[in-house]
Design a binder for this molecule. Structure first.
Ligand code: SAM
Length: 338
């Protein structure tokens, strides 16, 4: 991981050389807090100019669709309830559209970007458009999926203050990125993220609904999720072929369970691997046979002819506990094997 914050001058020099940029079209109108419409934020022309100057050709693989509408960006920041002085984590800052809106609201931003060229250019863009906020930006050039703890974000154990995730996530890895961060960064208390509309539906789906599945249950382990506003395609460049929506997450305690999170998640994966199967059949391999699966499901107080899509995360936790108990050496089956 290259922490560009500690090398800001180098990063600025590199990006300037790469781009040979003139000052962008509407530089931050100095001194004010950005009260005039669009001051400092990137509009459609700025986005095109920046991408052109940097030689960026947005790729689908990295989900590179950049927002160029100041109203949308400020709305996201407002919805997120960002407070001046608080630390916000942004995944995939891209050309800096949302980063500038977060800085404008007074946040300190840790921005994790996988594309080294974009990561190098970001401090330059911020220094030019919002110079008074430049000290509040830390850029980490890394794959968000590799974040394995607060240290990877440059946070020390002393940085115990809660942080918030606000991001327009790369759509193809949105769910694994969310799950990685919720697991790796305990101080991440809340999130407001833009994702593909279908993914937003899945993340916030309640048990029993058509879109309820593995992402819904796993995210529910960590947080309560709510789908909020829908965002049209025209605020992006390039225009994506999917709709977008915001999801708000608020961390909560996971269900009390005597088994680990990975044991619970293994049961979730097995239950949804074949959606149409009853729990008795879906969990047979995991339990060591359909009879053992049935015993565990009954012990958890669940109907074995039920399907996984009906269970909430607490029921999955009880099921994982019951399955672990069926496996334990104190059960008659296990004693026979001995
Ligand atoms: N935040 C910007 C905006 O709203 O205009 C860009 C959002 S764009 C949808 C997603 C960004 O995530 C791109 O800049 C892309 O390079 C970056 N990205 C893609 N995969 C990533 C990953 N695994 N880790 C970190 N950044 C990633």
């Amino acid at each position: 991981i290259l922490d560009l914050m500690s090398q800001t001058s180098g990063a600025v020099r590199d990006a300037t050389t790469v781009s040979g940029l003139e000052d962008p079209v509407s530089p931050f109108s100095g001194g004010s807090s950005g009260a005039s419409a669009g001051a400092g934020l990137l509009g459609p022309v700025d986005i095109q100019d920046l991408a052109g100057a940097l030689g960026i050709r947005p790729t689908k693989t990295l989900g590179q669709n950049f927002v160029h509408d100041a109203g949308t960006l400020r709305r996201i920041v407002r919805r997120a309830g960002v407070l001046p002085g608080e630390t916000v984590l942004e995944i995939g800052p891209g050309l800096g559209s949302l980063t500038l809106a977060l800085l404008e609201a007074g946040a300190r931003v840790i921005a994790v970007e996988i594309d080294p060229q974009l990561a190098r250019a970001l401090p330059v863009t911020v220094a030019r458009r919002m110079p008074e906020a430049a000290d509040g930006l830390r850029v980490v050039c890394a794959d968000a999926l590799s974040i394995d703890g607060p240290g990877a974000l440059g946070l020390t154990p002393a940085d115990a203050a809660p942080i918030r995730l606000v991001a327009n996530l790369p759509y193809n890895v949105a769910v694994p990125v969310l799950l990685t961060l919720l697991a790796a960064v305990p101080s991440l208390e809340a999130a407001t993220v833009m994702v593909q509309a279908e993914v937003a539906d899945r993340l916030a789906a309640p048990p029993g609904s058509r879109t309820y599945g593995v992402p819904s249950v796993k995210v529910a382990w960590y947080a309560a999720a709510r789908r909020t506003i829908t965002v049209g395609r025209t605020v992006f460049w390039p225009v994506p072929n999917v709709d977008s929506a915001l999801v708000e997450l608020v961390r909560r305690e996971p269900p009390a369970a005597s088994v680990s999170r990975s044991q619970v998640f293994a049961v979730v994966d097995a239950a949804f691997a074949q959606r149409r199967k009853t729990l008795r059949r879906a969990l047979a391999a995991l339990a060591g046979g359909p009879d053992r699966a049935e015993a565990a499901i009954l012990a958890a107080g669940i109907d074995p002819s039920e399907r996984g899509e009906k269970l909430d995360v607490a029921a999955f936790a009880s099921l994982a506990e019951a399955l672990a108990a069926v496996d334990s050496p104190t059960t008659p089956d296990a004693q026979e094997i001995r």
